[in-house]
Design a protein around this ligand. Structure first.
Ligand code: ADP
Length: 151
C-alpha cells in the first residue's frame, strides 16, 4: 500500500490545495490530509469547519482521508504508515522553505520522501493567507475556494 500524507493548516482549504490533492491522489492508495493543530499560527476558521469542508469536498473519493494531529509530521507518518509527504510548490520562496522542511523531515525519519506538485497554473497565486485577508475585509473569495465554503 502506498500511503501519503499532505500536511498543512488548510485555513481555509483553497482551489490550490485541491489542485495538489487531485494530482497526488492517482499516485497513492491512501492520501491523508493532515490538519496540524500545534503550530504557532493563529487560525481564522475553526478546526471543525476545516475538517468538515475537506471531508465534504472529497466525500466521493474513498482514497482521501482527513486527520488532525498535534505531534511532529514525521511521527504522524509513522503512526499511519505513510512513506510519502505531499507538498505544493508555487514560488522560489516556497521551494526554499519546502526544501528545508523536506531535508529536516528526512533527517528525522529516513523512510520518508517528500513529493512536490505544482498546481494548475490558474491557481498558482492562491494562498490561504490572502484568502483570509480578503475574507476578513468582506471581499469576494469565490475564485479562490470551492463553492461549499461560500454557502
Ligand atoms: P502550511 O501552514 O504548512 O504552510 P498551508 O495549508 O498553507 O499549510 O499549505 C500546505 C501546503 O500546500 C504547502 O506545501 C503549500 O506550499 C501548499 N499550497 C498552498 N497553496 C497552494 C497553491 N495555491 N498551489 C500549490 N500549493 C499550495
Amino acid at each position: 500500500m502506498k500511503i501519503a500524507l499532505y500536511p498543512g493548516s488548510f485555513d481555509p482549504i483553497t482551489k490550490g490545495h485541491i489542485s495538489i490533492i487531485n494530482k497526488a491522489v492517482p499516485l497513492f492508495d491512501i492520501l491523508y490530509i493532515g490538519i496540524g493543530e500545534n503550530n504557532t499560527k493563529k487560525h481564522l476558521f475553526p478546526l471543525e469547519k476545516r475538517i468538515n469542508w475537506i471531508k465534504k469536498i472529497f466525500e466521493n473519493n474513498p482514497k482521501v482521508k482527513v486527520i488532525t494531529y498535534k505531534n511532529l509530521t514525521v511521527d504522524l507518518c509513522r503512526e499511519i504508515d505513510a512513506k510519502y509527504i505531499v507538498r505544493g510548490l508555487r514560488t522560489y520562496s516556497d521551494f526554499e522553505y519546502e526544501k528545508k522542511l523536506a531535508y529536516n523531515n528526512q533527517t528525522l525519519n529516513h523512510n520518508i520522501e517528500t513529493v512536490f506538485f505544482i498546481p494548475d497554473l490558474k491557481y498558482i497565486n492562491i494562498s490561504s493567507t490572502i484568502v483570509r485577508d480578503i475574507y476578513m475585509h468582506g471581499g469576494d473569495i469565490s475564485f479562490f475556494v470551492p463553492e461549499l465554503l461560500i454557502n
